[in-house]
Design a protein around this ligand. Structure first.
Ligand code: BG6
Length: 518
């Protein structure tokens, strides 16, 4: 059965309506210059430039919009425009809108350690303001390697580019994860950034927050009256969060060796999904309210001390196997990876949220690369009814009720519950009711980067990660980091193309539960 969207009842949606001013589809940023540091790199070509191109073609950018690329490669404006062309050539631009923008794009080459680079940048930005009427507004995007984040922020400050030159203009800094490698380094990165930029100017990107279906968690919870009353420890037995990927580490072996699944996915994407799913209702959809509630929730997360971690965490690495009929290499055979690597590509763990609403409800998390399917999902598994009037045999096929929020792919929501099997006896079994985004809406979901870049240009911080959220997320994973550093729990192995190691099954089975079938 497929649920259809229903026309909202006007007075029951005050919080969401409030947000329509902020989250209005037709809003356009003011004139501005987007400066991309690391403009010749992979992130710029794969994500940033295509996202900007799509925004331009959909007419969501102001006419007075210019990109300035900055990097160490010694190319000129034309060389950069070629990079822009290569990154966006497959995007349909029938009216030549993007082409018109791209003609104005500029490039600065230089060493980020040298003040000259930033002096030159400042000069070019002023020239563009003159020529293209970009009004002194700047968005700086740090798409460099992480160790340059603070160097660039400092360079901008040295020449006064960290502050608006006029009262009515704005200067913002967009930062990509990783935000440090642990709590200490995250704090020092923030200290360094805060020497040049105020927190309100900093927009930290976690692309999961740009996903429609992640945002839909808020709509499901707070635009409906039926879910919230059961969204707590009285009704929920446990929660499962799964981020399963079929991809391996691709060309990022060297980077991944220093990250592992804990830092790459759990500390950021999983914590974002977790906090939106379990936080208290905000008073309004205004950025501060939502981010405050997310932080409050994260502050209540307890993961146990180092010793407890060893019993409730599984770390594992993929061995060679088969995915979609294709033979794939094991992690230790990947480029840039040590043949004796102990880096985890899979992690399963359990945590608790120690607050009034969630006390005692276990939250099971699993994420891994090279698994059988690509699925990101949150499942609320409900308690069993207090008494089943159907004798054992009749309810053999009845499982607990589950509400699953499918974040990707096949975005949607499904509810599984018990129903009577037609026939003379009173046999019941689990069935499911599915809502599919694709079937219910014609609108095409925009890519997460498009949404986030547009919000950064508009100055809407709601979907960006505040400094206290980053710190809380590192605090939560710190005991796991510490146990991994001691080589505990021992690294397990799983065959590529499976659903992960047997140890993860045992972890959840120890409490009489099991992972949802994906
Ligand atoms: C990135 C990780 O943040 O998220 C990658 O660094 C991972 O390793 C990716 O593959 C997953 O994103 P998505 O949008 O495909 O779920």
């Amino acid at each position: 059965m497929t649920a259809k969207p229903i026309t909202p009842l006007s007075d029951s949606l005050t919080a969401l309506e409030l947000s329509t001013d902020l989250h209005n589809e037709r809003r356009k940023p003011q004139p501005l210059i987007l400066v991309i540091f690391g403009a010749t790199g992979d992130l710029a070509s794969r994500k940033i430039l295509p996202a900007i191109c799509h925004l331009a073609i959909r007419k969501e950018l102001p006419d007075e919009f210019v990109i300035v690329g900055a990097a160490s490669s010694e190319i000129d404006d034309e060389g950069f425009r070629k990079i822009v062309y290569e990154a966006t050539k497959d995007i349909d631009d029938p009216d030549g809108i993007w082409e018109k923008y791209a003609k104005k794009f500029r490039y600065i080459s230089g060493d980020y350690m040298s003040a000259d680079t930033f002096l030159q940048l400042d000069k070019v930005l002023s020239e563009i303001d003159e020529e293209c009427k970009t009004s002194g507004n700047r968005v700086y995007y740090l798409a460099t390697i992480p160790k340059l984040f603070s160097v660039v922020a400092n360079g901008l400050k040295t020449v006064g580019c960290n502050k608006p030159k006029a009262k009515e203009s704005f200067v913002r800094l967009v930062v990509e994860k990783p935000f440090g490698v642990d709590l200490e380094s995250a704090k020092s990165l923030d200290n360094a950034l805060h020497k040049a930029f105020a927190e309100e100017q900093i927009f930290r990107i976690d692309h999961y927050m740009g996903k429609e279906t992640v945002q839909n968690v808020l709509a499901l919870r707070f635009a409906n009256a039926i879910f919230e009353p059961i969204w707590n420890r009285r009704y929920v037995d446990h929660i499962q969060i799964t981020v399963a990927e079929t991809l391996g580490v691709e060309h990022r072996g060297a980077f991944y060796e220093t990250a592992g699944a804990l830092r790459d996915i759990v500390q950021n994407h999983v914590m974002q999904v977790l906090s939106l799913t379990l936080m208290e209702p905000p008073a309004s959809m205004e950025a501060g309210g939502i981010r405050d509630e997310k932080v409050k929730l994260l502050k209540a997360v307890e993961i146990g001390n180092i010793d407890e971690q060893v019993n409730t965490t599984v770390r594992a690495q993929y061995a060679a196997g088969e995915i979609d009929g294709q033979r794939v290499a094991g992690y230790r055979e990947e480029d840039g990876v040590s043949p004796t690597s102990e880096t985890e590509t899979y992690i399963a763990t359990r945590l608790y949220v120690d607050n009034w609403r969630w006390a005692g409800v276990p939250i099971y998390i699993r994420t891994g690369k090279r698994l059988q399917k690509r699925i990101t999902e949150v499942s609320m598994v409900f308690q069993r009814p207090p008494h089943l009037p159907f004798a054992g045999r009749l309810s053999r096929d009845l499982r607990a009720d589950v509400l699953s929020l499918r974040i990707q792919p096949d975005e949607g929501i499904s509810l599984s519950f018990g129903a009577k099997i037609p026939g003379p006896s009173f046999k019941v079994k689990t069935v499911s009711m599915n809502f599919s985004y694709k079937d219910a809406f014609q609108e095409i979901a925009v890519d997460a980067y498009e949404r986030l870049l547009l919000d950064a240009m508009l100055g809407d911080p709601m979907l960006f990660i505040r400094t206290d959220e980053v710190e809380q997320a590192w605090r939560i994973v710190a005991p796991i980091q510490a146990s991994f550093a001691q080589g505990e729990p021992p690294l397990a192995r799983y065959t590529s193309g499976t659903f992960g190691p047997i140890e993860a099954e045992r972890l959840i089975q120890a409490s009489g539960r099991q992972w949802q079938n994906l």
